[in-house]
Design a protein around this ligand. Structure first.
Ligand code: NAD
Length: 347
């Protein structure tokens, strides 16, 4: 018999892939999501169609839906009874929203993660939680050289021993780092089977990325719709982008190996790409040039991150498979097939 998997934020971008991954293997999957998706209001997309998209899709493949909030501990632990694995993706993930609404940010990311860990401890269930490479802070910006199309750094990869929270902080740094520290704390103090994944930029289908969060999808959607793209900064910012299903494989590898700890999860050097290079790929797929505008850097921006994934490869026996061009092509095809979720007047 399959296992019971609880996915917080199951109707979000990454959460929807995790739900699909386990549902397609015959597991019983519960999406636990409050369906707020605050940043959707700001994208200019057909908000209601976009908000309901992942819910409808997951329902169609047999995922069970719970509309509830991770900040409500009683409801969370009630719904987690009998489950074999908790994957915690629910969050306030955007830096911009974190400084506009720091209370939403701290309650979602700190109290929410605490509730998830406490649920895992009481029910003795393994848990994987999503952190971000932003926990390292943006002092990394001071170590870069400016190449033609991207920032470069020696050595390229950054591992888990790199100091955290260096540089200018935003509420998102504080709240995501606190979640990451709580995972460590629960491993050290209560011996729970937990992992904190410090994730790099993730992309893939079912990502309604806007200017606040999800830049690969934001650029792809805007290019397909013929909307102008705004780049904040030079466009030479670099991430080792990772396709969502590769992250699902990492969650599953942790379930199988149960080696608690902190892991950098990204594509590593081979998937590293700058914003300008990403736009070049989108342009070559779409066969048209998007209109690109430049605006100043945003407060807290991290100009470079490439994960050294040695630890995840060694301990979890995992490695990413999908290269940027293949992943972006999948994303663009999906956007073409789902225009009505983006363009209000075509609804
Ligand atoms: N997308 C990326 O590039 C990226 C990069 C690094 C880290 N991460 C992390 O990965 C995780 C998933 O990110 P995503 O891009 O899928 O985000 P997302 O915004 O698409 O999904 C988050 C989901 O959580 C839900 N949610 C928010 N607050 C909730 C609450 N209080 N209770 C219940 N549900 C709630 C939202 O409704 C949404 O469906 C987050 O922890 C994020 O910080 C994402």
């Amino acid at each position: 018999m399959g296992k019971k998997v609880l996915v917080t934020g199951g109707c979000g971008f990454l959460g929807s892939h995790v739900c699909e991954f386990y549902a397609k293997r015959g597991d019983e999957v519960f999406s636990y999501d409050n369906m707020t998706k605050h940043e959707l209001e700001r994208t200019g997309f057909a908000t209601e169609a976009a908000r309901g998209y992942n819910w409808d899709y997951l329902k169609g493949i047999g995922v069970k839906m719970v509309k509830a909030d991770i900040r409500n501990f009683e409801e969370l632990i009630d719904n987690a009874q009998g489950c074999d694995y908790i994957i915690h993706t629910a969050a306030q993930p955007a830096m911009t929203i974190s400084w506009e609404d720091p209370k939403l940010d701290i309650t979602s990311n700190v109290l929410g993660t605490f509730n998830v860990l406490e649920t895992a401890r009481r029910l003795k269930v393994p848990v994987a939680s999503c952190a971000t490479v932003h926990v390292y802070g943006n002092k990394i910006n001071e170590t870069l050289k400016e190449g033609d199309k991207r920032y470069v750094r020696e050595p390229e990869g950054i591992d888990e021993n790199h100091p955290t929270l260096e540089g200018t902080l935003t509420p998102l740094h504080a709240s995501k780092a606190a979640g990451d520290i709580y995972v460590r704390t629960y491993i050290d103090t209560y011996n729970i089977e937990a992992a904190s994944f410090r994730l790099t930029g993730i992309y893939g289908i079912r990502q309604f990325g806007g200017e606040d969060h999800g830049w690969v999808a934001n650029f792809s959607i805007r290019s397909v719709l013929g909307w102008p793209i705004t780049i904040f900064g030079t466009g030479k910012q670099v991430r080792d982008i990772i396709y969502a299903t590769d992250v699902c494989e990492a969650f599953d590898a942790f379930y199988k190996t149960r080696k608690p700890g902190i892991y950098n999860i990204g594509g590593g050097s081979k998937t590293a790409i700058s914003l300008l290079e990403c736009i070049d790929i989108i342009e070559s797929i779409n066969k048209k040039s998007p209109e690109v505008r430049f605006a100043p850097d945003r407060h807290g921006d991290l100009r470079y991150f490439i994960c050294d994934i040695t630890k995840a490869v060694r301990e979890l026996g995992w490695s990413p498979k999908i290269m940027p061009r293949e992943g972006i092509e999948r994303l663009i095809n999906w956007i073409h097939e789902n225009r009505e979720s983006f363009v209000k007047e075509e609804k």
